[in-house]
Ligand binder design. Structure first.
Ligand code: ADP
Length: 671
């Protein structure tokens, strides 16, 4: 700062005349660029006189030093500029300042009688002019105050602009401006990101070119111009790489100055839509699979009920006196119904696997006995076909393992059954070996090898799929094409693998592996019914609505238990009435019955009858295979269940078991 310059002064607040609404803490800096010390003093006095609050006057005596002050800080509320300075004269002075610091309020100080110059200065962009020597405190005050307000306002606008600029730039939505002809004249980065076009391609592009439906824009634009409000619509955008994006476009009229156009945003909702669609699809799939499950459960029920009648009746007929021809006919009926039942069971099994509902029951079991039993059961099939059945069982495998023995049986029966089915000469060899062993875990591999028809190379990849069967011209094998798929699922659910090698016409080898924990001898639940004498006198209540099944059950039971007192009720309600009238040892309860079903009847018996009767053993008899699921029958207060079509022996053994329990008074009273 040169010595000739004024020291900045602070103009004291005047208590009167204080019309400013500025907050006291604000100091408004005013820059005076004036080389004439007397004129500068004059301004200073005016400022005091005008009663401006908190003003700091900073004085510079040349254009350059003034510009320098502005460079250091551009928050001057006003710049009072003398047009004739030592280093610049006339309007150049003004234009230099305005050019370099456009966002400032320049008040030009003109000489006496230079009104015309002042007006010209206004035209050039000065905010105002004051005539030297003609200063009036009131005018001066107004001018300065206006400057201060204007500066603040400009500052706010500037901040807002930065803010809006940020919103504009950083918005994930495309923000666009189109002129009246629908050409893009401004847009943000996201416009490029969404469409894939770069800025130079977008600029001037007719926006309609972006839409999949080329007629979209005309109609849309018309609606925008007709509406006072923002219009929003879904539209598909074709990107540069020709992919289609689902978007929402919004638009409103944009009018400023001579410009009439449209602005708005384009929001990419492709992902959202996809997610929505996925959700929707999943919902439909869930519903479909539920429907399928219900359908399968109900169809299988519908099939099992009459099959119970067919199988039961066949069993009864087979026990009567028949000549050989008749015997063979009935035997065939029975065999065919058993195959049919197997198919129904397979379908139920695969549908519960597909629904992810398969459950495993891990327990100790006698592994060696299981393998030997299987060989025994399969022996008669092998004998029928004159084949050899060989078991190679590594003796180092522990006698007892822990695992799901029912599932293991199911897998083995399937593979061995297939091997026998597809082999006419030679042998079926089952090899069980140890892959490795440690920490009480046994990794065991099973191989089922046959010398049968083999599998063609091009079919080997699909045989594990559901309903896959290899057709052969000269022979038809019975089956559903579900067995291998069930086996594969059961193995994989337990962490194992299954694979096959085969040579067409030579034979096949199916292998799988599973890991078992070393087990202990299971506690044998020595069945109480083992010594149950079929001639025992006992009272049984049978609730069953299906006429033929009633006959089947009655005849079957009477044959096995000649001294039984069997009372029949045609629905749950009648059953409850019979129970009120007499004492029983056991109740067989069908589930689906009219008037009062098996669940309701059981509930009633358990909750409303005298203790002796409320605690009677109740066996559910149902064709609904899913009764075993999650022990559903227990939730309804039943003790056990027999699946229809029932195997007579199983029914007898369960009856024997529960009647013995009841008679020995162990049933319920001590559970
Ligand atoms: P299914 O035996 O009921 O037809 P699977 O799923 O058990 O159904 O088997 C599918 C198909 O794989 C069979 O129909 C048969 O074509 C083929 N296959 C399975 N096991 C053998 C085998 N041991 N030898 C030859 N072909 C076999």
């Amino acid at each position: 700062m040169s010595s000739s310059e004024y020291q900045p002064i602070l103009v004291a607040e005047s208590s009167e005349n204080n019309t400013s609404n500025l907050s006291n803490s604000e100091i408004n800096k005013i820059l005076l660029i004036e080389d004439n010390a007397a004129d500068a003093r004059m301004v200073e006095l005016l400022l005091v006189e005008s009663g401006m609050n908190h003003c700091e006057l900073i004085v510079r005596n040349s254009l350059n030093s003034g510009l320098k002050a502005l460079e250091e800080s551009d928050d001057y509320a006003a710049i009072l500029l003398d047009l004739s300075l030592p280093d610049s004269i006339g309007f150049d002075t003004l234009s230099t300042v305005l050019k370099q610091f456009p966002n400032n309020n320049v008040i030009v100080l003109t000489g006496h009688q230079e009104h015309q110059l002042g007006l010209k200065a206004l035209k050039m962009g000065a905010q105002d002019f004051l005539t030297k020597g003609d200063y009036d405190a009131g005018v001066f005050l107004k001018t300065i105050r206006f400057s201060i307000e204007r500066k603040k306002y400009l500052k706010k606008i500037e901040e807002a602009q930065t803010r809006y600029q940020n919103i504009f730039t950083n918005s994930k939505d495309a923000i666009y401006v189109c002129n009246y002809e629908g050409k893009l004249v401004d847009f943000n980065k996201s416009t490029s990101v969404i469409t894939g076009y770069d800025n130079s391609e977008l600029f001037g592009l007719p926006i309609e070119a972006l839409f999949e439906n080329r007629n979209f824009w005309d109609a849309f634009q018309e609606r925008v111009f007709q509406s006072k409000f923002v219009v929003e619509e879904e539209v598909n955008i074709v990107c540069k790489d020709e992919t289609i994006r689902n978007c929402i476009i919004s638009a409103g009229q944009l009018v400023y100055g001579n410009f009439i156009g449209i602005n708005g945003f384009i929001r990419d909702i492709t992902e959202r839509k996809q997610a929505e669609k996925l959700r929707q699809d999943r919902k439909v799939a869930d519903q479909t699979s539920k429907l399928k499950e219900q359908f399968i459960a109900s169809v299988s029920h519908e099939m099992r009920t009459p099959m119970n009648a067919i199988l039961g009746m066949s069993n009864l007929v087979l026990k009567t006196e028949l000549d050989e021809e008749q015997f063979n006919y009935v035997k065939n009926i029975k065999n065919s119904s058993e195959i049919l039942l197997g198919i129904v069971n397979d379908i139920l099994e695969i549908s519960s696997i597909q629904a992810g509902k398969v459950k495993f029951n891990y327990a100790n079991f006698d592994f060696h006995s299981l393998m030997e039993n299987m060989i025994n059961v399969m022996q008669y099939k092998v004998d029928e076909k004159n084949l050899k059945l060989v078991l190679n069982l590594d003796p180092s495998i522990p006698q007892y393992l822990e695992g799901d023995q029912l599932r293991l049986n199911q897998i083995l029966y399937n593979l061995v059954g297939n091997a026998i089915k597809f082999t006419d000469n030679g042998e079926v060899t089952i090899t069980v070996s140890v892959v490795n062993e440690g920490h009480g875990s046994w990794h065991i591999q099973f191989e089922v090898q046959d010398t049968g028809i083999g599998i063609p190379d091009d079919k080997i990849g699909v045989i594990f799929e559901t309903f896959t069967r290899i057709r052969s011209k000269d022979r038809i094998f019975e089956g559903t094409g579900l067995g291998l798929s069930i086996a594969k699922n059961l193995i994989e659910y337990q962490g194992g693998k299954i694979w096959v090698s085969s040579e067409h016409g030579v034979g096949s080898k199916f292998s799988f592996d599973l890991i078992f924990e070393e087990g202990v001898e299971p506690e044998t639940d020595k069945p109480d019914d083992e010594d149950f004498d079929p001639n025992t006198r006992f009272d049984l209540l049978l609730c069953e609505d299906h006429m033929i099944n009633r006959i089947v059950a009655t005849k079957t039971l009477l044959k096995q238990f000649p001294n039984i007192n069997l009372v029949v009720a045609e629905n749950g309600k009648l059953g409850v009435e019979k129970l009120k009238e007499a004492d029983f040892d056991i109740i067989l309860m069908d589930i689906q019955m009219p008037i009062m079903d098996g669940y309701e009847a059981t509930q009633y018996i358990r909750n409303n009858m005298e203790p002796e009767k409320a605690q009677l053993p109740i066996l559910a008899m149902t064709a609904h295979a899913n009764i075993a699921e999650d022990d559903k029958f227990k939730d309804y207060g039943m003790d056990d269940y027999v699946l229809k079509p029932f195997k007579p022996e199983r029914l007898f053994s369960k009856i024997g078991h529960y009647v013995t329990l009841k008679r020995s008074n162990k049933h319920r009273s001590n559970t």
